[in-house]
Design a protein around this ligand. Structure first.
Ligand SMILES: Cc1cc2nc3c(=O)[nH]c(=O)nc-3n(C[C@H](O)[C@H](O)[C@H](O)COP(=O)(O)OP(=O)(O)OC[C@H]3O[C@@H](n4cnc5c(N)ncnc54)[C@H](O)[C@@H]3O)c2cc1C
Length: 397
């Protein structure tokens, strides 16, 4: 019996979902709105909760070729550049969690997933296909497009991101609102930077009312730098390229140390993202309904202050494959399996969403809370920064 799942969205979550479903014995038809598969944006951190899942899909070697393996995460004061605390990574992370902590260019990870989806068979990829409508029908789920195309599958996975059309049709709970943060992102050739700025580390520069994150990607060739400030969303906040962003960044960093300002000064171009999220999930309901499941940002858009949005999408995908694998009875077994997927995922994702929000407050603290943060990191840095509940998670066998 061929069991067919439709996937809306071909980002990191959609492609990871496709790989997991194919491995679980399902045929996949994936529909991406863009005219070409590509990822905009810059870098991603992937913790040892996500990397073993990629390794399990046979992507460990490919990942090692494009990723960087930072030796530590260092929290610094954005005002002085002083180190506040550190978490060793490298071999210590491997020993503790049995998997590496890596940093990778988003398009490199996306290309890796895409190659695997194309190579394995069983995944049919369709570009230029912005899903317009969906309907549950007695034997399955239908997707349709503005040009009149209609397809039917046994199940539907919505991996169409923070502004998910499928979520809107299924739950009607309105768009994810802006959080009040703007992210400026750039990539800099590391060879152009002074040796002092070439450390193989994830640096989180914590300020009052802003923070910045820098780390190597593309095997260390490039440095990813993101500067996160508090601010009102621009009028068209879904557009990420705009004029004059370098000036905005330098203005935002005016009170910061010269090391951070010089780093930003070395950038030749910037993109700007308006962050949007939803409150932490309060139950499994939004993640599955009937024959439809939500995955990644469509299900739980989160602030990137724990660097786990893509990691959660990859974990979702692994859990989805595990739940769909044994399904034979499509009428009853399939909705039950998707319900199980939602049950397995929601509480963990909610915890990550909540922690991401809290990190944002801590990273941007002012006054006494800022002093307390800096003191705490100095005394207990490693204990505060190591998160066994997060990094040690393995989906249930
Ligand atoms: C500044 C920043 C830094 C981040 N850093 C990290 C990090 O370090 N680590 C980490 O794990 N995560 C990080 N994240 C989060 C991570 O980028 C996202 O959580 C992750 O990319 C979500 O993947 P997704 O596939 O669910 O959604 P998306 O990547 O948004 O993919 C959705 C796809 O669906 C397509 N689509 C949309 N609508 C339709 C439609 N109607 N029909 C068909 N296709 C459609 C889109 O074109 C897109 O290809 C960061 C995010 C930001 C903004």
């Amino acid at each position: 019996m061929t069991r067919q799942v439709l996937i809306a969205g071909g980002g990191i979550g959609g492609l990871a979902g496709a790989l997991a479903c194919v491995r679980a014995g399902w045929e996949v038809r994936l529909y991406e709105q863009a005219q070409a598969f590509a990822e905009v944006g810059a870098g991603l951190q992937l913790g040892p909760n996500a990397t073993p899942l990629l390794q399990g899909w046979g992507l460990g070697h490919g990942l090692a070729q494009v990723a960087a393996f930072p030796e530590r995460i260092v929290a610094r004061s954005s005002a002085s550049g002083r180190e506040l605390g550190r978490l060793p990574l490298g071999p210590r992370c491997d020993q503790r969690y049995g998997a590496p902590y890596v940093t990778v260019h988003r398009s490199d990870l996306h290309a890796l997933l895409l190659r695997a989806a194309r190579a394995g068979g069983g995944v049919h990829l369709h570009l230029n296909s912005p899903v317009e409508a969906m309907a549950e029908v007695p034997e399955g789920v239908q997707l349709s497009w503005a040009d009149g195309r209609i397809v039917e599958g046994d199940a539907l996975v919505a991996a169409d991101g923070v502004w998910s059309r499928v979520r809107e049709l299924l739950l009607g709970d309105g768009p994810a609102p802006p959080t009040g943060h703007l992210v400026y992102r750039t990539l800099i050739a590391r060879a152009d930077l002074p040796a002092s700025a070439q450390a193989n580390e994830v640096a989180a520069w914590l300020g009052p009312r802003l923070h910045a994150v820098s780390y190597p990607v593309r095997g260390g060739e490039l440095l990813n730098l993101a500067v996160i400030v508090q601010g009102e969303p621009p009028e068209d906040f879904r557009v990420w390229d705009a004029e004059g962003l370098a000036d905005d960044v330098q203005q935002a960093l005016a009170g910061c140390c010269s090391a951070l300002r010089d780093l930003a000064g070395a950038a030749t171009s910037w993109g700007r993202w308006t962050l949007c999220d939803r409150p932490p999930l309060s139950g499994p309901q939004p993640m599955a309904r009937g024959r439809v499941a939500l995955l990644g940002d469509a299900a739980h858009p989160m602030r990137p202050f724990l660097a786990q949005g893509a990691g959660m999408a990859i974990e979702d995908a692994a859990e989805l494959g595990r739940c769909l694998g044994p399904v034979q009875d499509l009428a009853l077994g399939l909705p039950a399996a998707l319900g199980r997927y939602a049950m397995q995922r929601w509480a963990r994702v909610a915890r990550v969403q909540a922690r991401s929000r809290r990190n944002g407050e801590v990273f941007h603290a002012t006054g006494l809370p800022r002093l307390g943060r800096d003191l705490g990191l100095g005394l207990l840095g490693r204990r505060l920064m190591d998160l066994p509940w997060l990094y040690g998670y393995r989906p249930q066998a």
